[in-house]
Design a protein. Sequence first.
Length: 27
Amino acid sequence: VVNVPMFIEEGDVVKVDTRTGEYVTRI
């Protein structure tokens, strides 16, 4: 499970820090 801000909708392309699983930035 990846924790991202609520404004990110499923299907959006985002950059995630795979080490922590945290949302980094929207591409």
